[in-house]
Ligand binder design. Structure first.
Ligand code: SAM
Ligand code: SF4
Length: 330
């Protein structure tokens, strides 16, 4: 089993399968990004091997993220392999976080592979604003993707980054739309990760403020959090759907943290908000046996920090963590 020095059991791994993306969301990426050369990436077969080692060590849930996971070539191979582990009872859950652009193509196959729930990022329901915030995204395509996922029977959670002056007038509309569609919704506070072209101190909107505003219109009932993640959940009585608040800048979730993140190059980050890491790629490639990589994972977990130090640096306007969100995955 994977237990860190603070007694937290690690049962959840988020794997970023690519740093590339077909969008350029302003809070996530600069318009001109330099991506990793393909040879640096773990192959899909190596990702399966790595997942198997984590599963042997007690991991029960895997999330595929990115970059945009569904733009990686042949991604269905990985989804089908990991889905087979869910069907065999070796994993409780395989989930995906996606921008939705490739769902018209893949939603049915994803559901068939054994995925039951996906997160789809959607910051606005206004097509012009959507195209402004994602820079390269096509609103109609994403809406078609969401429809395809719904038709395939996937449970959908919408991820909406709360951005001051951009979508703060849209929360009511998004809640109502999600209620009508049968989707859960999670609001995410902006995190200062990676150099992007905008000034984050202008975008930062504390969710405590958002919640106070929402309570004027909706009845929010706290529900206990069983995910071990940074989200706090409420039920919206009027719609019956769940609403999550992800507030990474507050420290209150670190003590229940049950996860680590692995990048597409096989670097394991024990905390989203810290620089310490463990390199797993060389251990994977050094031998056919999984013993070295198992050791490398155990050593990394033994260094998992107690918590993060996210701070938006107002004086220097520099990100608190230099790597982009698309490297570690959201
Ligand atoms: N491309 C996929 C997507 O957009 O859903 C998966 C990767 S994306 C990095 C995962 C999540 O992180 C998205 O919901 C995105 O909105 C969020 N995200 C990206 N940069 C962020 C930032 N600086 N602060 C908060 N959330 C961010
Ligand atoms: Fe791409 Fe997701 Fe980042 Fe947007 S948030 S640029 S869709 S990785």
């Amino acid at each position: 089993m994977l237990r860190d020095p603070f007694g937290r059991e690690i049962t959840y791994v988020r794997i970023s399968v690519t740093d590339r993306c077909d969008f350029r969301c302003v809070y996530c990426m600069a318009e001109h990004m330099t991506f990793l050369p393909k040879r640096e990436l773990l192959t899909l077969e190596e990702l399966v091997r790595l997942a198997d080692v984590f599963i042997e060590l007690g991991v029960r849930k895997i999330r595929l993220t990115g970059g945009e996971p569904l733009v990686r070539r042949n991604i269905m191979y990985l989804i089908e392999e990991l889905g087979a582990r869910v069907k065999a009872g070796r994993l409780d859950e395989l989930t995906i976080t996606t921008n939705g652009s490739q769902l018209p193509r893949y939603a049915a196959a994803i559901a068939q592979a054994g995925v039951r729930r996906i997160n789809i990022s959607l910051d606005t329901l206004d097509p012009a604003k959507f195209e402004a915030i994602t820079r390269w995204g096509k609103f109609d395509r994403v809406m078609a993707g969401i429809e395809a996922a719904k038709a395939a029977g996937l449970s959908i959670k919408i991820n909406m980054v709360a951005l001051k002056g951009f979508n703060e007038d849209e929360f009511d509309r998004m809640i109502a739309w999600c209620g009508a569609e049968g989707f859960d919704l999670t609001l995410i506070e902006t995190m200062p990760m990676g150099e992007v072209d905008v000034d984050r101190t202008d975008q930062y909107l504390p969710l405590s403020l958002v919640r106070a505003r929402l309570e004027k219109r909706w009845t929010l009932t706290d529900i206990p959090d069983r995910t071990g993640g940074p989200a706090r959940y409420v039920r919206i009585e009027e719609t019956g759907r769940r609403l999550g608040f992800i507030t990474p800048l507050s420290h209150n979730f670190c003590e229940s943290c049950n996860r680590v993140r692995v990048t597409c190059t096989g670097t394991m980050y024990m905390c989203l908000g810290q620089e310490d890491k463990a390199e797993l790629r060389e251990a994977l490639r050094a031998s056919e046996s999984n013993e070295l990589v198992r050791q490398a994972i155990l050593e990394g977990i033994a260094r998992k920090p107690k918590g993060h130090d996210f701070v938006i640096d107002r004086r220097h306007r520099r990100p608190a963590v230099a790597r982009h969100m698309s490297v570690t995955g959201g």
